[in-house]
Design a protein around this ligand. Structure first.
Ligand code: SF4
Length: 498
């Protein structure tokens, strides 16, 4: 088995992970949608970076013939190809593919491309490993560079300005100082890989740092469904308890609970153990008083692209593509529903804004759940479309956050499991309304569905795309509608409670 860049980084995170990947690869968790989305974005950014440093030759990936890839790389270097993408090198059992290699008369320059907006410690180990392999092969490495995204960049032209979009940082001195450690990790990894005995490494913070480990499902399987790791905002309290042998809420001694835990943690634990219910009716009543008719229950869905698609956007800036709005004119009126879903592959922001303004009147309360998100989007739209500035600012000024009673623990039930997100509050208030029956059941899935819809739209008129598109659209509309309907139920519940 080759120790590739990714295996080396796995070993840097945890030697047990590298052992498991050799001896029990079947225990690896499936790639999640969130991870896949990060990989996809990484690919897009990687391809764009090749345009920054071009022209160059692309190595054809062949996992059955790394030797062949290495030979091809060597001949490209010999023929003075300026840039080589995925340049492949083998040294003993070490295998690297350099994202972009620059070939100069007197040596080589390494460029590692990341889709993040800043460098991380793990990236330096990545570069150092590549440098180690090249140096061992006798190449002179002139520079060790990291290409990241410049988060200050604003898209102003049709084409991305590559020189402004990317940031190239040099890490020669860091790479040099890490060489000893790199060699140590390689030696340890070699020893571990020839040993049929699994390394005795317990779970710890390293399971999530720098990445969530692929073997978490396996290593964490002994942790009960509810444990100290479910403590909300644990701030290291969970591992502190775990290292003292305390795994469940039941194991926590009364004295420790009273003197060493926060009020919120105490509430969470006592609710879980004894079904303690918290209802601070005085505060909830005071909160509800500020809500006046007509009431607008509002929720947005947004996507973020590493490479901005529309003018005025920065990398990873939120783009709103959907909203749902339930309205109640007065105490006795019927609940009405309005919605907006953007057209595929078109800048959605103007239409989104105009629809929002059309449906939200000039008086009454706008309720959002975790309103900083909706407020941030509205503020951005106000900057973008000056003609709607005052209407949008007015919406923001009338906005109230329905999350407040739950975030402040004025209302708490064991079903909330320490969370005040709407998906956890709902089972405590309206258990009959579930997200699990929906095709789209969370914000991430909504973004993925909208992207699928956009991809299908590009294939317009091919086979049955029309039918598939309308199915995706209804799943999206249904999901977002449920979010605002849940808010209506939550508000009604609180009203009845006090
Ligand atoms: S889950 Fe944690 S302990 Fe298990 S292999 Fe991964 S990092 Fe190591």
């Amino acid at each position: 088995m080759y120790i590739s860049k990714s295996k080396f980084l796995k070993a840097y995170q945890c030697q047990k992970a590298i052992w498991l990947s050799k001896y029990h690869p079947e225990l690896k968790s499936k790639t999640t949608d969130a991870q896949q989305a990060i990989f996809d974005q990484g690919h897009e950014v990687g391809n764009l970076a090749k345009q920054l440093l071009s022209p160059g030759a692309e190595m054809e990936f062949n996992p059955k013939d790394y030797e062949g890839m290495f030979s091809k790389t060597k001949s490209l270097i010999a023929s003075k190809e300026k840039y080589i993408y995925e340049a492949t090198f083998l040294f003993e059992d070490l295998l690297i593919m350099v994202d972009i290699l620059e070939v100069k008369e007197d040596g080589l320059l390494i460029y590692e491309v990341k889709s993040s907006t800043s460098s991380k410690e793990v990236n330096l180990y990545d570069l150092s490993f590549q440098n180690y392999v090249l140096s061992q092969l006798g190449y002179k490495v002139l520079e060790n560079n990291l290409i990241t995204i410049n988060n200050e960049y604003i898209k102003e032209t049709e084409e991305i300005n590559l020189k402004e979009f990317f940031r190239i940082e040099n890490f020669d001195s860091e790479v040099e100082s890490l060489q000893g450690e790199v060699l140590e990790i390689i030696s340890e990894t070699r020893e571990i890989l020839i040993n049929s005995q699994m390394p005795d490494i317990d779970i710890g913070k390293h399971c999530n740092k720098p990445y969530e480990c692929d073997f978490k499902e396996h290593c964490w399987s002994q942790i009960p469904e509810t444990s100290v790791f479910d403590l909300t905002n644990a701030r290291a309290k969970d591992f502190e308890l775990y290292s003292d042998g305390i795994l469940t809420f039941k194991d926590i001694q009364e004295n420790y609970l009273l003197h060493h835990m926060t009020e919120k943690h105490r509430t969470q634990i006592l609710s879980e153990l004894y079904n303690k219910k918290v209802e601070n009716k005085k505060e909830i009543k005071r909160f509800l008083k500020q809500i006046t008719y007509p009431i607008y229950f509002l929720d947005f869905e947004c996507y973020q692209d590493a490479i901005p698609r529309w003018d005025g956007l920065r990398p990873y800036e939120q783009t709103p593509f959907q909203f749902s709005l339930h309205t109640l004119e007065n105490e006795t009126s019927e609940l009405k529903h309005y919605e907006f879903l953007a057209e595929a592959n078109k800048d959605p922001r103007r239409e989104f804004t105009e629809n929002l303004i059309e449906y939200i009147g000039s008086t009454g309360t706008v309720l959002a759940y975790n309103m900083s998100f909706e407020k941030g989007i509205i503020k951005k739209m106000a900057e973008l479309f000056s003609e709607y500035k005052f209407s949008l600012i007015d919406i923001n000024e009338r906005m109230v956050d329905l999350m407040i009673p739950f975030r402040n623990y004025w209302f708490y039930r064991k079903e909330m499991k320490g969370s005040y997100s709407i998906k956890y509050v709902l089972p405590a208030i309206a258990p009959e309304l579930s997200y699990s029956d929906l095709d789209v059941s969370d914000g991430l899935a909504a973004v993925r569905t909208f992207k699928d819809l956009e991809n299908l739209d590009l294939l317009n008129n091919i086979e049955d795309t029309g039918e598939k598109i309308s199915k995706l659209k209804s799943s999206l509309l249904e999901y977002c509608k449920q979010d605002t309907y849940s808010m209506v139920l939550i508000w009604q519940y609180l009203k009845e409670l006090v």
